[in-house]
Design a protein around this ligand. Structure first.
Ligand code: A3P
Length: 273
């Protein structure tokens, strides 16, 4: 509430908005590396080699409340992230007049749920009973989830992005996996730092893609043994990073139930999963 009331967006701010467990860590790594590539090349002392992406691109609320003006957020353009649903963003971020930009990353609801279940199982305090897959799934289907129901979150940003395409870049985890180079180029262009022909020829996009890949980040000391803040153990952020892993955990009945809900809530808006 404090952030919503007091945060003042600037014209060239870039907000990365993501539903939890949809690829926030990956998008932060990519956006940071693309935006700051004049200062840091992937092969030489890149900050991602020693810092977790969540340290380099802070969550808006945390940065604001900590008055964290020492990190990249102090530079221009400021880059931060949020899980907050669109309707609850600070008004100045949504403002048409200010014109700051929002990158939204969406992931299919099945993988998002499975990823969240694994994550919250690991992050759950020892004094609480484990949350069974069945109970967690039931809550997810009823919309009981951090930052609200999946469908409200995605549609909130999706509808706005259709109305104001110049303010939004809507990406999907699946597209990024399928063709990282193409979507990194879109991201660079949207952030106002398009790759030059020389950079393309030199293979810089591929280099950044490799640097930010889950296989690379997972093996770095900072992500094997480090923590972000007092609670987050970095290694819990890197699991499989695959598309379609849900087939290994969801029963046909679960899929049928979630399919029905997604159809009911999201049909007719032009989004398919
Ligand atoms: P899985 O649990 O399906 O493996 P978030 O960053 O929003 O918390 O999302 C976590 C999901 O993104 C996890 O998915 C995690 O493995 C995956 N992930 C983390 N870093 C990634 C990267 N560099 N590339 C692709 N996926 C990544």
């Amino acid at each position: 509430m404090a952030v919503r009331q007091h945060f003042q967006a600037r014209q060239n701010d870039i907000t990365l908005a993501v539903f939890p467990k949809s690829g926030t860590t990956w998008l932060k790594a990519l956006a940071f590396s693309i935006l700051h590539r004049q200062h840091y090349t992937p092969s030489q002392n890149h900050p991602l080699l020693t810092s977790n992406p969540h340290t380099l691109v802070p969550f808006l609320g945390k940065a604001f409340l900590d008055q964290d003006l020492t990190s990249n957020i102090a530079h221009s353009p400021r880059l931060f992230s949020t899980h907050t649903p669109y309707h609850a963003l600070p008004p100045s971020i949504k403002s048409f007049a200010i014109g700051c930009r929002i990158v939204y990353l969406c992931r299919n609801p099945y993988d998002t749920f499975i990823s969240a279940w694994h994550f919250f199982t690991k992050a759950r305090p020892d004094n609480l009973e484990p949350l069974s897959l069945n109970d967690a799934f039931d809550m997810y289907c009823r919309g009981v989830f951090a930052y609200g129901p999946f469908w409200d979150h995605v549609l909130g940003y999706w509808k706005e992005s259709l109305e104001r395409p110049q303010k939004f870049l809507f990406l999907t985890y699946e597209d990024l996996k399928d063709n990282p180079i193409l979507h990194m180029k879109r991201l660079a262009e949207f952030m106002g730092v398009p790759f030059s022909v020389e950079e393309e020829k030199e293979g810089l996009i591929e280099e950044i893609s490799r640097l930010c890949s889950i296989n690379n980040l997972r093996e770095l000391d900072v992500n094997k043994t480090g923590k972000t803040g007092s609670l987050l153990v970095n290694k819990t952020l890197f699991r499989k990073g695959e598309v379609g892993d849900w087939v290994n955990s969801l029963t046909p009945e679960m899929v049928e139930r979630l399919d029905k809900i997604i159809k009911e809530k999201m049909d007719g808006f032009g989004l398919t999963f």
